[in-house]
Design a binder for this molecule. Structure first.
Ligand code: FES
Ligand code: FES
Length: 163
């Protein structure tokens, strides 16, 4: 496979992992947000040549563990965060990454941290529509709740392209 093929295409078209969504293809909308070695990336902008043997790629499909949903997924349900199925996987993966980063820094999550999640709503129900504000608040509450949950290893891997 040519090294400049983007990871998102390998995930979706080669491996059939469709949780990460294609929105813009240029690292703007964040609908494709997934993790490489536990850190959020936009796979639409990651050439497979940048992956190394042993790199662990996790998509929304790999977030839940054998013991059930990831705490962020559960919080999303508990707080009825009404993101649509298109942007929701990327939103959740971005929120998990944020909670991990803040925990690693040993501090509490702030409004600025939460506002730093730049995932874009393409369907129009997110701000400035009032219902979008409600979704945003609920997503923030979910992230805060999860930041107080003891961390758990994310065991699953969706695929390791490039090997
Ligand atoms: S499709 Fe990856 S950031 Fe938009
Ligand atoms: S694109 Fe998902 S709520 Fe708008």
């Amino acid at each position: 496979m040519p090294g400049d093929v983007r990871l998102l295409w390998v995930l979706r078209d080669v491996l059939g992992v469709t949780g990460p969504k294609y929105g813009c293809g240029i690292n703007v909308c964040k609908a494709c947000t997934s993790h490489v070695n536990g850190k959020a990336v936009s796979p639409c902008s990651v050439p497979v040549s940048e992956l190394r043997p042993g790199d662990e790629v996790t998509t929304i499909e790999g977030l839940a563990g054998d013991d059930g949903l990831h705490p962020m997924q559960q919080a999303w349900i508990d707080h009825d965060v009404s993101q649509c199925g298109y942007c929701q996987p990327g939103q959740i993966m971005a929120a998990v990454d944020l909670v991990r980063r803040v925990a690693a820094e040993g501090r509490a999550i702030t409004d600025d941290d939460l506002d730093g999640i730049r995932n874009i709503c393409r369907c129009g129900t997110y701000p400035p529509h009032p219902a979008g504000d409600q979704s945003r608040r609920r997503a923030h509450v979910s992230a805060r709740q999860t930041s107080r949950t003891p961390p758990r290893q994310t065991p699953a891997t969706s695929g390791t392209p490039g090997r």
